[in-house]
Design a protein around this ligand. Structure first.
Ligand code: MG
Length: 325
């Protein structure tokens, strides 16, 4: 069965899609009450974000556009110390997408939501004529209560340590391999990071800033932080965890792992007293978690080789690989 334009027409077919697919998989009281807007109660500070997902291919090793659309938005809420709670989602579907593929995507979204205990409380579906979008694009917005305040890219001070939560460059490498038809067992790191963040908060770690290293990779995050806090950052090259598979594929394609997108990997900066403890907490989730460098006086991001030579890491330029997320 294929999705036709009628499924976006607001009539009988649309209702069928909503009832048989979306309500069934995203079931919760707020959504199925089917009002014009979700009414939620909240007090205290909230983190609120939105992101659109256009990844190609739709299904990749370690995930799919559905899982990505939940992880991506939940992670941005989590990076601000917020527990992802309520999401909205908008589907833009190209006529002709198979119902089975849409169902796989929706089921995968539902699974990922369950892991973090978040709910989709409002949604929208549009079906557009063939050629207007490529198969399916998804937008999700997310909101969550902030459990740890004052996390900001402007907080960095010389002496703070930078920790990466796991080995880098997986998502970008997997998408690249699929695009170029290279066979690989490598899996995307795509996942919701709330458990890791909650553990850091629960252990009382002095978190200065967190950011998931999505488009632009670790290089982009470090450059954004350096600029926002007007500080330099020194990274020790041999401390950066990169898997052999990512390293190998990057050599073939001529990419730099630090520039490649991740979808379940984050950087956190903490005070130097808390660095070892924070690294230990993150190692519970992935043993590749590692302190990779520190904040220094200055204004550049510098990579220090094991021989002591230094190289400036710039913000990645241009579009390395479109439609990665
Ligand atoms: Mg982010």
């Amino acid at each position: 069965m294929k999705i036709t334009l009628a499924y976006g027409g607001g009539g009988e077919e649309t209702n069928k899609l909503i009832n048989d697919l979306f309500y069934k998989n995203f079931k919760n009281d707020i959504l199925v009450s089917a009002e014009d807007a979700a009414v939620i109660s909240a007090d205290g500070k909230l983190a609120f974000t939105t992101d659109s997902f256009t990844v190609s291919p739709l299904f990749f090793n370690g995930g799919d556009i559905g899982k990505l659309s939940i992880a991506g938005t939940c992670n941005d809420v989590a990076m601000m110390g917020g527990k992802p709670e309520f999401l909205t989602c908008g589907f833009m579907i190209e006529e002709g997408l198979s119902f089975d593929e849409l169902e796989r995507i929706v089921k995968s979204m539902s699974e990922e939501l369950k892991k973090v205990g978040a709910k989709i409380v409002a949604g929208d579906t549009k079906v557009v004529p063939a050629g207007s979008v490529d198969k399916i694009f998804i937008n999700t917005s997310g909101i969550g209560r902030v459990l740890k305040d004052n996390i900001s890219a402007h907080n960095l001070k010389p002496g703070d340590k930078i920790i990466v939560s796991r080995d880098i460059g997986r998502h970008g490498t997997v998408i690249m391999a699929h695009r170029y038809g290279v066979d690989t067992d490598l899996k995307s790191d795509c996942k919701v990071l709330w458990d890791e963040v909650k553990a850091l908060i629960d252990e009382g770690i002095d978190i200065k800033v967190m950011r998931d290293a999505t488009r632009g990779g670790v290089s982009a995050v470090l450059n954004e932080w350096s600029k926002a806090s007007s500080v330099g950052i020194e990274i020790e090259e041999d401390k950066i965890p990169v898997s052999d598979e990512v390293m190998g594929l990057c050599e073939i394609f001529g990419f730099e792992p630090m520039d490649l997108a991740n979808e379940g990997t984050f950087l956190v900066a903490v005070s130097s007293e808390d660095a070892k403890k924070a690294e230990k907490v993150l190692k519970r989730f992935n043993d590749k978690a590692s302190i990779i460098g520190e904040v220094v006086e200055g204004e550049r991001v510098v990579l220090v080789s094991p021989w002591g030579t230094k190289r400036v890491i710039e913000l990645p330029k241009g579009e390395l690989l479109p439609r990665i997320c």
